[in-house]
Design a protein around this ligand. Structure first.
Ligand SMILES: Nc1ncnc2c1ncn2[C@@H]1O[C@H](COP(=O)(O)OP(=O)(O)OP(=O)(O)O)[C@@H](O)[C@H]1O
Ligand SMILES: O=C(O)C1=C[C@@H](O)[C@@H](O)[C@H](O)C1
Ligand SMILES: [Mg+2]
Length: 196
């Protein structure tokens, strides 16, 4: 059970709740899912988007922490990447249908086997960022101990490996390098508008 599950009560999320899947029809879940590398601004922009839409915000790393008793970054180190990703998939299956607001995924969640399929019915936005801007963002290393001992090299590889995965699960890609969160928010909200 997540620490913030009360905030995902559907009653708090009047604007969210149902997406459409070509095979299964209407599917209950988040109105917006944010993906991107660690530090791309998923939590920052996700909170702003939730406030703007009048729905609740939920951070999947917090769900993992509440479920397994340690910060997600420590779980990667303790369990190893493969097991961590199995646990992410297992928990995401439960979280998606019960949360109707904005959901920020963990940085690696879209690369977990089976996760792209789970995301298909929902509106997914990829927050993109380049390496230099990413390295300037605060708080990256304490939260992600697996980036040591060479964060620059690790992040360069991570961006190159994952960009295609993030782009493939996303309905829209929003660049964030050198941009203010409010500006990024506008693009994220615009991606939710039906195209004419
Ligand atoms: N557009 C931006 N410009 C500059 N700094 C930013 C921007 N967006 C977020 N930040 C800062 O970068 C850091 C990481 O942001 P945030 O925690 O929102 O990223 P995240 O994608 O949720 O990362 P994580 O995967 O670690 O949860 C924070 O210190 C935040 O204040
Ligand atoms: O990018 C990643 O692989 C990760 C990002 C974080 O959000 C956490 O989910 C964890 O530290 C792994
Ligand atoms: Mg975050």
């Amino acid at each position: 059970m997540s620490a913030n599950s009360a905030a995902s009560d559907p009653a708090h999320d009047p604007a969210g709740g149902t997406a459409s899947d070509p095979v299964n029809g209407p599917v209950s879940g988040p109105v917006l899912v944010l993906v991107g590398p660690p530090g791309s601004g998923k939590s920052t922009v996700g909170r702003l988007a939730a406030d703007h839409l009048g729905v609740s915000f939920r951070d999947f790393d917090d769900d993992m922490q509440a479920e397994h008793g340690k910060e997600a970054g420590e779980l990667v180190v303790d369990f190893g990447r493969e097991r961590f990703q199995e646990l992410e998939h297992e928990l995401l299956v439960r979280v998606l249908p019960e949360h109707h607001g904005v959901l920020a995924l963990g940085g690696g969640t879209p690369t977990a086997p089976g996760v792209p399929e789970l995301l298909k019915p929902f509106h997914v936005v990829f927050l993109d960022v380049d390496l230099d801007h990413l390295l300037r963002r605060e708080g990256l290393l304490p939260l992600h101990p697996w980036l040591m001992p060479n964060p620059r090299a690790q992040l360069r590889q991570l961006l190159s490996d994952r960009r295609p995965v993030y782009a493939a699960v996303a309905d829209a890609t929003v660049p964030t390098s050198g941009r203010e969160p409010a500006d990024i928010l506008n693009d994220v909200l615009a991606s939710l508008e039906p195209s004419t």
